[in-house]
Design a binder for this molecule. Sequence first.
Ligand code: 2P0
Length: 334
Amino acid sequence: MNTIQSQFVEKVLLGGKSLQKAEGSAFAPSNIALCKYWGKRDAGLNLPINSSLSISLGELGTHTKIRLREREDVVCLNGVQQADESGFVQRIKAFLDLFRPVLGSAFFEVRTQNNISTAAGLASSASGFAALVLALDNMAGWGLDRKQLSMLARLGSGSASRSVYEGFVQWNAGQLSDGTDSFAERLEIEWPELRVGIVEVSADQKPVGSRDGMNRTVATSELYKSWPDQARADLLSIRSAIEQLDFTLLGKTAERNALAMHATMLSAWPPLLYLQPDSVEQIHKVQRTRADGLEVYLTIDAGPNIKLLFLAENECEVCGAFPGIRVIRPFPQL
Ligand code: 2P0
């Protein structure tokens, strides 16, 4: 049991212990960071070194149902019960441990369904932990606000703190050591013309997970020293791009931010090279396409897949240039 985290949960719940139903359900969207979260200032409370800003992916994400059980936890992913010893189940059980004291030491059945394949390179831990927290809140009847939900989801996975909202979301790193000022907030701006395209390069499991990757980068990369300042400047530019609906500024800054994050990974030891030969090919292709006059930018997470950013007016041309991409419309269409 992680004592620091359970004390944090009690603080966030403010003594709310009611259990109104024996089951609950919720949906949370997946998200893609335009200004990346990379590096922790506190691993115990999962507090980031830098603030980040993401876009949630509308209807793409995780549906989760939770219900009480008398004995042992059961975890199902996409309709299939997962082995108890799997990393997936272990992580969910450790997270549920934080809530058992306030919920009367119960056991749970968790049924989670991702409507986007993890093979598409979209973080399922973000929507997964966000949906789990929302489902717990729904079951217990705590009536938590988004700030509280964001802080609880953060304990499961940093990026999950952003997945409790739709649209553009900023996760403020915060400064306090108790973690109570590190939560995400929604930016009240819609951009229906914005598109995200997924270029799937590889569906293989990555050799080093994000958590280990960022810890290794912080511990060993000289280049990482420049990351917090760059992330701070990029976040301001991206906010201003969103406020002015300036797509060129948004795309440029998001692409530069992602490549700078990969530069810090490359300069870690042992080096972290998440990109595959095909990822590099696609990066060149985005640059060539842009030089030919089609405005498309990219972002990449801790994996080999490429995410394109473009506007609705260029959707047909981008789909022609990148056949087989999956196009996501993050905002409701007019
Ligand atoms: C992000 N990533 O901002 C960055 C960009 C990957 C690259 O958040 O340790 O799974 O659970 O807090 O949230 C992935 O890291 O890490 C991530 P933990 P998480 O989306």
